[in-house]
Design a protein around this ligand. Structure first.
Ligand SMILES: C[S@@+](CC[C@H](N)C(=O)[O-])C[C@H]1O[C@@H](n2cnc3c(N)ncnc32)[C@H](O)[C@@H]1O
Length: 288
């Protein structure tokens, strides 16, 4: 899309930016896989002190140690880390004796994870793939989906993924995941903000104007972060980040619908007791 038409600013194009998109409208470009953006997401994952791309390094370690102790599984149990990013959790689960497969569709993250595993001589299998396309049958003891991945999918995609995950797990196998709650968006009112990026930014190397809109879809319990980048030649590109939030009741219903037993739940994936005000729910469910 271009904002400039016959040398003039085309306001009808601007309207398309501010209009509330239909629920789960897809982007033309998947930002996770855009070579420039995914490189910057990788930097965010690797920032030990930030919760941006991944949780802080100390939280990742705490989580893996706690979950491993909680599951208390035999050495060599097979673990599938879906949306593994650069392999922060995969590596530590490997260190806890799991035989790990990590899947992510970001080529930059998978390349990094493979290099790290090779340099450290870790026997971890990394696959660059869309996890909605996995096709395993009774193969894994544990499947992880960490940092809200189930929340950013459409209803249809989530159902598809949970069906595939259930099929991929051995009977009694564990599914570990976390969900946003309404509290996650406590201060998030519908709003529009913008900034001018004059140097290499997160979304683009060249100078650009970045518009950010936060939309609410109250009935559907979904929020949207919409980022629109406008370049100095009038070209523009929008990215939608859908964020679905859950109550414990809805999480339990979702597990029941997909034939999992919700075994335990917390305020995070490090064993913090569940509190109604928590922005996250950490869940371990078992294939029934
Ligand atoms: C929020 S990050 C979390 C990464 C990792 N679990 C962590 O906590 O360090 C989500 C990851 O899921 C990946 N991802 C998102 N949708 C995916 C899909 N459909 N198939 C494969 N990977 C996906 C992204 O590329 C990204 O690496």
């Amino acid at each position: 899309m271009n904002l400039i038409n016959n040398g003039k600013l085309d306001f009808s194009q601007l309207e398309s930016i501010i209009k509330k998109p239909k629920l789960f409208t897809k982007d033309k470009v998947n930002f996770w896989q855009d070579p420039y953006i995914s490189e910057h997401i990788l930097y965010a994952h690797l920032d030990d002190e930030s919760d941006e791309g991944s949780r802080k390094y100390e939280t990742v370690i705490k989580s893996v140690l706690w979950l491993s102790e909680y599951m208390n599984m035999p050495q060599g149990s097979r673990l599938l880390d879906l949306g593994c990013g650069p392999g922060l959790y995969s590596e530590h689960f490997h260190g806890q004796g799991f035989k790990v497969t990590g899947i992510d569709f970001s080529q930059s993250s998978i390349d990094y994870a493979k290099e790290e595993a090779k340099a450290s001589q870790y026997d971890i299998e990394y696959i660059c793939q869309n996890y909605l396309e996995i096709d395993y049958n009774n193969e894994f003891d544990v499947i992880t989906l960490i940092y809200g991945d189930l929340c950013v999918l459409s209803h249809q995609e989530r159902d598809l993924l949970l069906t595939k995950v259930r099929k991929a797990l051995k009977p009694g196998g564990y599914l570990i995941f976390d969900l946003f709650t309404k509290q996650y968006f406590k201060d998030g009112h519908e709003k529009q903000t913008w900034y001018l990026s004059q140097e290499e930014g997160f979304w683009k190397e060249e100078e650009h104007l970045l518009l950010h809109e936060h939309f609410k879809y109250k009935k559907d319990k979904v929020r949207l972060e919409k980022y629109t980048m406008i370049m100095n030649d009038g070209q523009m590109q929008s990215y939608h980040i859908w964020k679905h939030y859950f109550s414990l009741k809805r999480a339990k219903e979702m597990m029941k619908q997909h034939q999992f037993n919700l075994k335990d739940f917390w305020s995070d994936l490090c064993g913090k007791p569940y509190e109604i005000e928590s922005p996250w729910i950490g869940i371990i469910a078992q294939k029934s």
